[in-house]
Design a protein around this ligand. Sequence first.
Ligand SMILES: [Zn+2]
Length: 439
Amino acid sequence: MPSAIRSHSQSPIRRFRTRITKFTNCRLLKNGSLVKEDLWIGADSGKILDGQDVFFHRQTAPDQVIDLGGRILSPGFIDVQLNGAFGFNFSIEPENSATYVKELTRIKKSLVETGVTSFLPTTTSQRPETYHKVLRFLGPSGAQRNANDGAESLGAHCEGPFINPCRNGIHSASVLRAPANGLEDLIACYGQDAFDQHTSPIKLVTLAPELPGSLATIAELKKRNIITSIGHSAATYEEAKDAVESGASMITHLFNAMSPLHHRNPGMFGLLGQASVPGSQKPFFGIIADGIHLHSSVVNIAWNAHPDGFILVTDAMPLVGMPDGVYDWTNGDRLVKNGHILTLEGSDKLAGSSITLIECVNNFLKWSGTSFAQALGTVTSTPSRMLGLENCKGTLEPDADADLVVLEDAIDANGSPKLQVEQVWKFGQCLFDASSHSE
Ligand SMILES: [Zn+2]
């Protein structure tokens, strides 16, 4: 049983002025390892501070010292595929703006308790009118930097509707389309505002590369700093390779809703089998480690093929935390929830997960036998590199955002390693403390 987390405040006058916190007696996740170091953060800047500079050069003492009793201090988790949670669906048109914003705020605050401090709100395939109504609420929080808002949107993930009807999963076939006219078709679908250079709400688009016009579209998106992930696709290895050469840098939920690996026709997964030589481009890829979407050995094959590209995602649905039953979905469809298994009514098609990111990390730890540091990298430094945000998210280096998770490591009843979220900090402020919740 580890000792309790102890906090010592210094002079209240100083605390009011500078609000600097120093974490001590902890293991920091840095460069793929856990290292015993202190960490300094500032609530005013919301950033990680250079402890040496603050203490020795500016001769500033911390206002608060927190003894973590040997626990792990990790950057906050990033979920790049989350369809909704706690009863709210990002893809549902709002009855009015105020209700949608209120619900979104509720989700952001609840997400923090699972260790997620940033995410990409993900929309499943919809009619254009729906995008025109919801995307404006899902854009990046940007300069606002309000810790009390909870988890921060880094921009929307538009999954579809430019996907293959043969690999649509639960996406309604009636709304799917091909980007035959390239960007013009995306503007017609997502709206002109979605492509404004400075205020675009979209961070990432999932599309199927084999559709007419897809390769030109990928190149146009890259010019506009929008990431393309390939998925819901029947692409061959060669088609997938062309997509990466056009600028795609991610694969959406690898193995699910795509052509399977065949030894003479490896499909999208074949991209991870390329030789690691200069010029070869292995994409990042999302993995749903809920124990239902993928066999544990398949998760390990993907990890061993390309650990630097491996990103755990939840693909969680709004039904997480709801009782079993049949629920309305979008486009007139309905979903059946049976424990952790979600399916489209009248079929055996899996309909996303009902798992949290920390549960995915714990499953991966159990299946792979990898280290805590490597498992945590799949939800911190790897997604931040994929998003091009490696200097401000997913890292504990000075000047990065002070988004933090305090974790306790333990062994579960079956003898497997397990991590537990103890505290979550956003922009230098503690938003969740498990010890105060259990009292
Ligand atoms: Zn999907």
